[in-house]
Design a protein around this ligand. Structure first.
Ligand SMILES: [Zn+2]
Length: 331
């Protein structure tokens, strides 16, 4: 999820007039969060000394402790507003505003790209694969974590327990579960967007089967508050369950649809252009499988009509390629 702004003096390519862009269903009011302040952020208490910050699209969170602030992710879209939010809360409560620890949920720049804004003495903590990927990708905005773990690590910072766990790849190979048992909270980023459909291809997921299994792993923890990393409000257990049902409906629709669509007409139509035949066939499968899911979830999950087809395509490819469903062997 990113936007590009043409450099000054460049000539932007012509784009359709806004009036020519498609209309979509209205966003359910329940998908939206609190209003942002004049600086473009909202900061609120999750529970006790745990707070969350949003710019309406991305989320970060932090704990205030007598040993300094523990920051959970540093999305660049929130950027300098992270420290402003920390300052606001610290001043109101008379506690330190110094960010001493930064925990990475995973290595992606859209959740970690403000890391370098924080003092070089901050202790960065993350999964060992997060460290490996950040060293490989060599982005100065995202220093690699020095404190790493393999499967599980429990931090106790001034009496605040933070349980980090890696339970296999999902959205990315390194995405972790961050459980705060004393704050009744789970942070799991880029899996469930509370109130909203996932964006392109299951929230740009690398391992679809891991992605599909992640909500059950999340629900196995005890918590009431869910920090999903995206959009403008916190989540609930019901949000995670609804997402799980949506993905299960996509999965079931793909399995039901795939055997019913004959690829032959698409390949006959395009002859030696094999890729055009593939596109015609897979697009037809995607559209047929997505249609009933879009109908069921429009008005239930925001933007179901915007992104369900893309996510359906990705689930379909995983069902075909990872699971071998409906695969064909030459006689
Ligand atoms: Zn990500």
């Amino acid at each position: 999820m990113s936007s590009t702004t043409p450099a000054a003096g460049s000539h932007p390519r012509s784009v359709p007039a806004p009036s020519a862009l498609p209309d979509y269903a209205r966003i359910p009011q329940a998908a939206l969060g609190p209003a942002l302040n004049a600086q473009g952020y909202y900061v609120g208490r999750v529970e006790k000394n745990l707070y969350w910050v949003t710019d309406g699209t991305y989320q970060s969170a932090f704990l205030t402790t007598s040993d300094g602030v523990v920051l959970l992710d540093a999305p660049p879209t929130i950027g300098h507003n992270i420290q402003r939010a920390v300052d606001e809360i610290a001043a109101a409560n008379g506690v330190s505003n110094t960010v001493k620890y930064l925990i990475y949920s995973h290595h992606h720049a859209d959740h970690a790209g403000a890391s370098s804004l924080f003092d070089k003495n901050v202790v960065r903590i993350g999964h060992e694969e997060t460290r490996r990927l950040l060293i490989r990708d060599n982005d100065p905005a995202r220093p690699a974590p020095e404190e790493i773990f393999q499967d599980r690590r429990t931090l106790n910072i001034d009496g605040n327990r933070i349980e980090l766990a890696w339970q296999g790849s999902n959205h990315s190979p390194d995405n972790i579960y961050i459980h705060l048992p004393d704050h009744d909270t789970l942070m799991l980023v880029d899996i469930v967007n509370a109130g909203w459909a996932p964006v392109y291809i299951c929230n740009l997921t690398e391992d679809v089967q891991g992605y599909l299994g992640a909500p059950a792993k999340a629900l196995a923890y005890r918590w009431q508050h869910f920090i999903g990393g995206h959009l403008g409000r916190l989540g609930t257990r019901d949000d995670v369950t609804l997402h799980q049902q949506y993905m299960a409906d996509i999965d079931a629709s793909v399995r039901k649809t795939l055997p019913t669509i004959d690829p032959a007409p698409y390949f006959q139509r395009y002859g030696e252009n094999a890729w055009a035949g593939v596109k015609g066939y897979l697009d037809a499968c995607t559209d047929a499988a997505a249609a009933p899911v879009i109908e069921k979830y429009t008005g239930v999950l925001a933007a179901a009509d915007v992104f369900t087809a893309s996510t359906t395509f990705w689930v379909m490819e995983s069902i075909r390629l990872d699971l071998g469903y409906a695969s064909w062997v030459h006689p």
